[in-house]
Design a protein around this ligand. Structure first.
Ligand code: BGC
Length: 328
């Protein structure tokens, strides 16, 4: 009898332990099986973004994912937590090694990017650049804003909307980024036709709101003559408005920035920012997936596919009918 009780309890304890092992083992070691996900789909594309959690890149990500799911594509989206070129280069290399069916990424400065584009091409992995381009690389095509033209539009807007001498401070995401350089070049070229406007200083925001606020603040402290600010990346305008608020000035500077994040639009509406250059990140994400699909069947696509660019300013808001405003 004693033996039987012992034996039964042994079996019960073993059974319980076994169940626990199965449960916790699964919890601890379960990782999403990429192979399985990729296998149930027709294609496996990689989208490598500049910075995870950045609201501008989230727009590209969202539209690319929506489009991919409609076409039975497994889209793997990756990116560093903070903008980091070396990290992105490593991710591109890893995705080439994984032999994905296509890579969508930002065009990056320096020889390593060119090498990786060669490597991708030799391995039969098509690459598309979005948001920023390196036209001399072996990427198949660029889908995004004509960044030089976008900068030029900002310069034209500044000329048209101001009178008298303008001393401009530029806040840029990152001086190394190709799209930021092109925007600044376009802006400078537009200003060449007038001697009324000059650029006083350029500082980086590291594509963060806090960085832009700090840059605007210190720039205006250093150069009290600044009466216009130009922000060249998505969070710069929001940060600029914060930085300016911290400083007591007779008249706030004229402010033009980039992108239409919800907060930027609010600032525009309440009159804290004067104008913004509109990019269409959703269109970039959607189009990139479509073009990558085409590249699964052919080798050549139109290499420069610019998305729209335009400027909106406060006056546009004032002329909007109330209904239109609600709808937007
Ligand atoms: C640029 C992106 C940048 C983003 C930063 C956008 O205007 O096109 O390259 O990553 O701003 O928030």
């Amino acid at each position: 009898m004693k033996k039987r009780v012992l034996y039964t309890s042994g079996v019960v304890i073993f059974g319980i332990c076994f169940l626990f092992m199965l449960y916790y083992g699964k919890e601890t070691f379960y990782v999403e099986n990429i192979e399985t996900s990729a296998e149930t789909h027709d294609f496996h594309f990689a989208l490598i973004i500049e910075e995870a959690g950045n609201p501008y890149w989230q727009m590209i990500e969202r539209s690319a994912e929506e489009t991919a799911s409609k076409h039975n594509i497994y889209l793997e989206t990756i990116g560093p937590r903070k903008s980091d070129t070396d990290e992105v280069l490593k991710m591109i290399d890893r995705m080439i090694a994984a032999k994905v069916d296509g890579i969508i990424t930002q065009g990056l400065p320096g020889p390593r990017f060119l090498e990786l584009m060669n490597k991708a091409s030799e391995n039969g992995v098509p690459v598309l650049t979005v948001d920023s381009d390196v036209s001399e690389s072996e990427r198949k095509a660029y889908i995004g804003t004509d960044n030089y033209e976008a900068g030029r539009l900002a310069g034209e807007e500044l000329i048209q909307s101001t009178e008298g001498k303008q001393f401009v401070g530029i806040i840029t995401g990152n001086l190394e980024s190709l799209n930021q350089q092109e925007r600044i070049k376009g802006f400078e070229d537009a200003l060449k036709k007038t001697d009324r406007i000059g650029i006083v200083d350029i500082q980086e925001s590291n594509i963060t709101e806090a960085g832009a606020a700090q840059a605007a603040y210190s720039m205006m402290k250093q150069h009290s003559e600044i009466n216009a600010l130009f922000g060249t990346s998505a969070l710069d305008g929001i940060g600029m408005a914060e930085g300016v608020e911290e400083i007591t000035v007779w008249e706030r500077p004229y402010m033009i920035t980039f992108d239409i994040l919800p907060e930027t639009l609010e600032l525009l509406e309440e009159g804290s920012i004067d104008a913004t250059v509109v990019q269409y990140p959703e269109e970039m994400g959607e189009k990139a997936i479509h073009i990558m699909l085409e590249l699964q069947e052919k080798d050549y696509v139109e290499p420069l596919q610019y998305t729209k660019t335009n400027v909106i300013h406060r006056a546009d808001w004032e002329t909007l009918e109330p209904d239109e405003e609600d709808a937007s």
